[in-house]
Design a protein around this ligand. Structure first.
Ligand SMILES: Cc1cc2nc3c(=O)[nH]c(=O)nc-3n(C[C@H](O)[C@H](O)[C@H](O)COP(=O)(O)OP(=O)(O)OC[C@H]3O[C@@H](n4cnc5c(N)ncnc54)[C@H](O)[C@@H]3O)c2cc1C
Length: 386
């Protein structure tokens, strides 16, 4: 099994397959240091946590991860707690994607199959036949060929795999680019709330999140054309303090250690398979981060894919690989809708009419148990196989 990309999807797929006796080789174009330092997602659904425990990499997560019973939803004057445990019997965990990736890399390098960093010119070939291969150049500049039974394209949005699937199938792409972006910071300061705060505000959305008891992760909605150089730390803290304000509460500030602007888009590519090349994670779909779904979707994809590949490679049965794309896409579209819905409800866009519709929806979620439960079930994660 050749796996292209050592993000969460590729690393977890390798681990799942290794535990079922399938040999894998993971090819990653970046260095280990780069991959382990890339700050991205930080909220894990219950099924993601259980999957990481099941494959033997849950020990540090259970020690250092922060279980959260719910989130706060805010609009001016009101901060309302949604208790997921009470609404649907599930919770979420705060544990950075960087930490998930570090744990998976350590496991892979300790006792697992090969993981090659710094490769280039990665080119899958003959994926329509029964014996595909991947040509690549290793970190020493030597041209190599990996002969394999199956190729997994877990190489993210800018990888080489999806264009190959699109070119060889009568596939379709759907895309929505949002007229706003997130300016995100990491700061060495204890979080100012015990759980995440999602705040609607006339000046734009803000999110208070965290990575640990001493590190805060915060975001403000900005125009996608904004330049990070124009946002001093003071300006960011001012915007956060204004948008997150509520009576009797104040925002703790501290040294900013990272800041960046993240454009927001929804993107789905179907099918997620061409012959013996299978896509999973961001290689096939992107969601805006408002619903905290990107990393969790990648985990759900590879959970389904691993089951299908084990059946193909050890039992020679094609039934699960034949249904993989449709099953994965059913969940992808559910999460795409949820992420779009959260994004549309919470970000300022349009005119005053749109603002009143957003506020009406927020009040409904905060006052109706049925509406709150719908959010809770989606946020904490639906079944992997819908
Ligand atoms: C800047 C940013 C911020 C984000 N913030 C959040 C957030 O706050 N909350 C949230 O829920 N989600 C967030 N996400 C989404 C989440 O991080 C992704 O959904 C998740 O990383 C998907 O994992 P993946 O393994 O599918 O892809 P990736 O993590 O992108 O991994 C793909 C890997 O493939 C490698 N690769 C690419 N091309 C090649 C090639 N040709 N050959 C070999 N290797 C290759 C890449 O270097 C990378 O290591 C964010 C994403 C980005 C980009």
């Amino acid at each position: 099994m050749g796996i292209i990309g050592a993000g969460p999807a590729g690393l977890l797929l390798s681990r799942l397959l290794q535990l079922h006796g399938v040999d894998t080789v993971v090819l990653e174009s970046r260095s280990r240091d780069y991959v382990e330092a890339r700050v991205r997602a930080g909220i894990l659904e219950q099924h993601t946590v259980q999957t990481l425990r099941d494959v033997g990499v849950g020990e540090r997560l259970d020690r250092e991860g922060l279980p959260h019973d719910g989130i706060y939803l805010q609009h001016p004057g009101t901060r309302h707690h949604l208790n997921f445990e009470e609404l649907c019997g599930r919770k979420v965990w705060v544990y950075g994607q960087t930490e998930v990736v570090k744990d998976l890399i350590t496991a892979q390098l300790d006792d697992g199959p090969p993981l090659l960093f710094g490769v280039s010119h990665v080119t899958p070939e003959d994926v329509d036949g029964g014996a595909p291969r991947i040509r690549f150049t290793d970190a020493d500049g030597v041209a190599q060929v990996l002969e394999c039974d199956v190729v997994a394209g877990t190489d993210g949005f800018h990888g080489v795999s999806r264009p190959l699937v699109t070119a060889g199938t009568s596939g379709r792409l759907w895309e929505r680019t949002y007229p706003f972006a997130w300016l995100g910071i990491l700061a060495d300061v204890a979080p100012s709330a015990d759980e995440l705060v999602y705040a609607w505000h006339p000046e734009g959305f803000a999110l208070l999140s965290m990575r640990s008891p001493s590190v805060s992760r915060l975001y403000v909605q900005v125009d996608p054309a904004e330049k990070i150089e124009d946002w001093s730390d003071d300006r960011i803290w001012d915007a956060l303090s204004t948008r997150l304000a509520v009576d009797g509460w104040s925002l703790r500030t501290g040294p900013v250690t990272e800041k960046s602007i993240l454009p927001m888009r929804s993107f789905v590519s179907a099918p997620m398979r061409r012959g013996r090349l299978f896509l999973a994670g961001d290689a096939a779909h992107i969601v805006p981060p408002t619903g905290a779904k990107g990393l969790n979707l990648a985990v759900a994809d590879v959970t389904l894919l691993a089951q299908a590949l084990v059946r193909l490679l050890t039992e020679k049965q094609t039934d699960l690989v034949d249904t993989y794309s449709d099953k994965a896409l059913a969940r992808v579209w559910r999460c795409t809708h949820f992420s779009w819905w959260m994004t549309s409800m919470l970000h300022r866009h349009g005119d005053d009419f749109d603002a009143e519709l957003q506020l009406s929806q927020l009040r409904r979620v905060c006052s109706s148990e049925a509406a709150a439960r719908e959010l809770a079930e989606n946020y904490t994660g639906l079944a992997v196989d819908l």
